[in-house]
Design a protein around this ligand. Structure first.
Ligand code: HEC
Ligand code: HEC
Ligand code: HEC
Ligand code: HEC
Length: 441
């Protein structure tokens, strides 16, 4: 009898299945459990202590951080009442004001169905604890029981924010959108701001209400910030591809949905001619927003063998060309790229990046910039955040020789992308060239 030896194709299938399974984790807003409300977490003996507790695993001051300095508390919901939101609602012809419209509430607060709201739930709490950690009905009691482990809490319905893929999915569900909630070009035309996101940068600026130390890693998992950053890039690229592949979201009447394209390909003064040849794009065509794919070039290069990097770049190129009407099948390339990104994410879950990897990625990002890959604002903006993250990882490992100089040079790069309307690719490149000098050993 022949023994069944798993073929590479079978393994690939199993891997994809595994990936899909892990990704199928319901997001907090999809949960059927009841949301209890922030007041249940805010007690000074729970998460509302003004000082951090010495003998405790966690800070206990999470509520204070969130309510005082986190925009999820102070701005996300209140902005729906401001003049800008009123204008957006009017321009869209909404039947109700923004703060009563599901479309807006789904991202600007935690908005469970009416039957899933506890007595003390308040819609005006904004992006609350339970918007990220999941409705607490199932775990509020057990998570404080003596001996309760993180695994027990997850089983009881706590959302796995400590798992990088789950975390990225959660943030992106509002900071880019997904199949259930989405900021279209129509919304932007009505006055909604452009969305930009980078997982590591945004996690730092939120600011965090947790400390990832040895104790955290013992209770939860080993944490590698680079890995989280890389997974964030891959998932963001997938979310964009998903819009392209979604027959509902990819169209806006006769036209394609413009949110997947580079905004500034259309929105910049005609006197400012800035197109330069790069990866499959052509002059005078709208371009896909490939900011995350540009970052992934570096990640793929350091994670897979040479042949795979070439395949990746070819697929991106094919997609750009097909979108610009230069032949080829854009959707086919998008589908293949999506599968490739699934595999990338699987690989990244256990990928350890060495200091040499980080240095090579940093130099690769800067060199791509100097070679004109980031002439589009979105690419330059994403590269700036990525470079900041990688510099920070190197500095933390004591592998950056001139930290002060590098930070000062990074500030100058930031300055060139601060205002998208004043972005000039040549100024960005000059600032990158200066930064390059500070990171060379
Ligand atoms: C897919 C999620 C999503 C949806 C749907 C959405 N928003 Fe937003 N909105 C965001 C995010 C995320 C930001 C923050 C963008 C940033 O600063 O990076 C934002 C920012 C804003 C801002 C600017 C806030 C500020 O601090 O200046 C306003 C105003 C706004 N949204 C109003 C609305 C209104 C009105 C609706 C409904 C018509 C709506 N949004 C729908 C996610 C969403
Ligand atoms: C925007 C999403 C978000 C919101 C809102 C949020 N958290 Fe978190 N929280 C996270 C993430 C991400 C982590 C880090 C990963 C982890 O430890 O699970 C975390 C970690 C924690 C931890 C674990 C710290 C540790 O050392 O194990 C506690 C406790 C916590 N949050 C409580 C709260 C409370 C209480 C609120 C509301 C006042 C809140 N969080 C609001 C995303 C959020
Ligand atoms: C339920 C939707 C939702 C989720 C989930 C969410 N956010 Fe947000 N976030 C928002 C909205 C809406 C705003 C805009 C607040 C404002 O008006 O400035 C925002 C603002 C922010 C800001 C401030 C940005 C700025 O322009 O200053 C940061 C940083 C941020 N989010 C990080 C995160 C991270 C990290 C995660 C995942 C752990 C996350 N968010 C998850 C809705 C969400
Ligand atoms: C294919 C070209 C194209 C792309 C790509 C594009 N837009 Fe637009 N945008 C338009 C057109 C056309 C209008 C309508 C202009 C008008 O009403 O005068 C418009 C209108 C707008 C408006 C309202 C301007 C006004 O004068 O009322 C905003 C804001 C906007 N877009 C933002 C964005 C953002 C953000 C992106 C990227 C996510 C983007 N656009 C991508 C073509 C584009």
């Amino acid at each position: 009898m022949r023994t069944v030896i798993p073929s590479p194709a079978w393994l690939l299938f199993a891997l994809l299945f595994l990936a899909r399974d892990l990704l199928a984790q319901p997001l907090p807003y999809e949960s059927k459990a009841t949301t209890l409300g922030v007041v249940n977490c805010a007690n000074s003996l729970c998460h509302g202590s003004v000082t951090t507790w010495k003998g405790s695993n966690i800070l206990q001051s999470e509520y204070v951080t969130w309510s005082r300095v986190d925009k999820h508390a102070s701005k996300a919901y209140p902005v729906l009442l401001n003049e800008r939101s009123q204008r957006i609602a009017k321009n869209l012809g909404l039947a109700q004001p923004a703060h009563q419209t599901k479309l807006c509430l789904d991202c600007h607060t935690h908005n469970p169905a009416l039957g899933q709201r506890g007595e003390r739930f308040k819609i005006s709490d904004g992006v609350s604890c339970e918007a990220c950690h999941g409705p607490a009905e199932g775990w509020i009691k057990s998570h404080v029981a003596p001996g309760a482990t993180h695994a027990d809490n997850l089983k009881a319905g706590l959302y796995p924010t400590s798992e990088p893929v789950a975390m990225a999915k959660l943030c992106l569900s509002c900071h880019f959108g997904n199949k259930d909630k989405f900021v279209t070009h129509k919304l932007m035309g009505a006055g909604h701001p452009r969305m930009s996101f980078e997982l590591d940068t945004f996690s730092q600026t939120e600011p965090p209400h947790f400390v990832i130390d040895e104790d955290w890693q013992k209770r939860k998992r080993r944490w590698d910030g680079v890995r989280v950053w890389a997974i964030g890039q891959a998932l963001a690229a997938q979310e964009l591809i998903d819009v392209l592949l979604d027959p509902k979201r990819s169209r806006d009447g006769l036209f394609p949905e413009l949110v997947v394209f580079d905004c500034h390909a259309c929105h910049h003064p005609m006197s400012d001619v800035r197109w330069t040849p790069r990866q499959g794009t052509r002059p005078g065509a709208i371009r896909l927003n490939d900011a995350n794919l540009l970052m992934l070039r570096q990640i793929v290069r350091r994670t897979f063998p040479d042949g795979d990097e070439k395949n990746f770049n070819d697929l991106v190129s094919t997609m750009h060309k097909a979108v610009a009407g230069e032949g080829g099948d854009a959707l086919d390339a998008a589908r293949k790229l999506r599968v490739g990104l699934d595999l990338t994410i699987e690989k990244l879950r256990t990928r350890d990046f060495t200091a040499a990897d980080l240095r090579a990625m940093l130099e690769g990002l800067i060199d791509d910039g100097l070679a004109g890959q980031y002439t589009d604002y979105a690419g330059a903006e994403q590269a700036t955040m990525a470079i900041g993250s990688v510099l920070n990882f190197l500095a933390k490992r004591g592998e950056l020789p001139a930290v002060r100089e590098a930070n000062a040079a990074l500030d100058r790069v930031h300055e060139t992308v601060r205002d998208d309307e004043k972005y000039r690719p040549e100024r960005f490149r000059a600032a990158l060239a200066d930064l390059r000098k500070t990171v060379r050993r």
